[in-house]
Design a protein around this ligand. Structure first.
Ligand SMILES: C[S@@+](CC[C@H](N)C(=O)[O-])C[C@H]1O[C@@H](n2cnc3c(N)ncnc32)[C@H](O)[C@@H]1O
Length: 313
């Protein structure tokens, strides 16, 4: 069994990479390490001597990160004794990802798709950043709210839980995925101030929805069927009130075999590449600043851009 004591993170990464490369998806690898609870307030890399052996200290955060970097899920470690644990990684099944699950474009994100099993509000890092974005734009003050690419309505659920005056708001969601809208309608059947429509964002101007105090769009505007720059400018000019606000969410992660793995991926790169993400975020930032909005950029697995008008805040 692998036993890591004084090896550096670079050495451990290489050893595990080699071992994992010959595993089948769902197979596990186990290795013995110093129990991270054996020390407290230690930064990674400090030396802990245990039973006369020198160990390089590392906390759980580092082991969880490494599992994801190696495309694995960290399983519950086994406690060997108070000083040692058996760390266990399970190799992810790369085929179990909606990114590979291509059906027709409208149903790629449908109720029965792999995407339909994702509940972002149960991901701490997503929820924390999204709620912070709602606070940044003073959601309680925004009456008409539009969500572009609403899917099954996770973002509205969070508003319902968070907004103090939820019943005074008027929420409109659109998505061209019919099964997702049916699921959202079922979820919100007792919430009369939420209306949901099967519609194409490309046809937004002809839907005559009026102007909104807050426009939210998460993981949608970068879709290949939409022209990001042109669409963003059109939304700001045609659907957003001058004193309104926006929340744009840009995925900086991949969903693979039950795990949310940090880092945006783009075509032709085998690793996480964030050039496109930064380009699109900065385009929105500059454009909205020109249009007299105050812009913040926050988040981690999802990058959130918030914009609030400085004409009348
Ligand atoms: C990655 S999902 C994000 C859904 C939701 N906002 C979330 O973050 O969970 C993108 C959504 O945008 C929808 N979508 C993509 N292009 C669209 C278009 N042209 N018109 C309407 N909806 C579109 C998809 O059906 C899907 O529900």
């Amino acid at each position: 069994m692998l036993n890591f004591t004084h090896q550096t993170m670079a050495q451990i990464t290489k050893i595990l990479q080699n071992s994992i490369s010959v595993l089948q998806p769902k197979e596990t690898i186990e290795f013995k390490i110093l129990n991270p609870d054996a020390a407290s307030s230690f930064y990674n890399g400090n030396i802990v001597t245990c039973n006369g052996i020198k160990y390089i200290y590392r906390g759980y955060k580092s082991w969880v990160d490494l599992a994801h970097i190696l495309q694995c899920r960290m399983l519950t470690p086994k406690i060997l004794d108070e000083n040692y644990i058996l760390m266990r990684y399970e190799k992810l099944n790369q085929d179990n990802s909606f990114h590979k699950n291509i059906t027709d474009k409208e149903e790629k994100y449908g109720k029965d798709s792999i995407f339909g099993q994702i509940h972002k509000n149960e991901e701490a890092s997503f929820l924390y950043s999204y709620i912070q974005a709602l606070q940044n734009v003073h959601v309680n003050k925004r009456v008409r709210i539009l969500n572009l690419g609403v899917n099954s309505g996770d973002e509205f659920e969070a508003i319902k839980a968070y907004a103090e005056n939820f019943n005074d708001l008027e929420l409109v969601g659109i998505d061209y995925c019919e099964s997702a809208i049916i699921a959202a309608k079922e979820k919100f059947k007792n919430t009369p101030n939420i209306s949901l429509h099967v519609a194409d964002i490309n046809e937004l101007n002809s839907l005559n929805l009026g102007k909104f105090d807050l426009i939210i769009s998460i993981g949608t505007l970068q879709s290949s069927n939409l022209e990001y720059n042109k669409l963003l400018m059109s939304i700001v000019q045609n659907q957003l009130k001058k004193e309104g606000a926006m929340i744009l969410g840009f995925p900086n992660c991949r969903w693979i075999d039950g795990e949310m793995i940090y880092g945006a991926r783009v075509k032709n790169y085998a690793f996480s590449e964030m050039g496109l993400l930064y380009k699109d975020v900065i385009f929105a930032k500059k454009y909205l600043q020109q249009k007299k909005f105050r812009v913040t950029i926050t988040g981690k697995d999802y990058i959130f851009l918030t914009a609030t008008s400085i004409r009348k805040d």
